[in-house]
Write a new protein. Structure first.
Length: 42
């Protein structure tokens, strides 16, 4: 395995981590919105 391939893998992993982190934030925000809507119906 060359150093170039390793760098590419690291970059892919970093992108994946960033994407997952962004998705987590969206999920939390979305979850809070759902709760607000649910409370307004009760």
């Amino acid at each position: 395995m060359t150093n170039e391939t390793h760098q590419d893998d690291t970059l892919k992993l970093k992108r994946l981590t960033d994407a997952v982190r962004g998705f987590d934030v969206l999920a939390v925000v979305f979850g809070q919105q759902i709760q607000k809507v649910s409370f307004s119906f009760t």
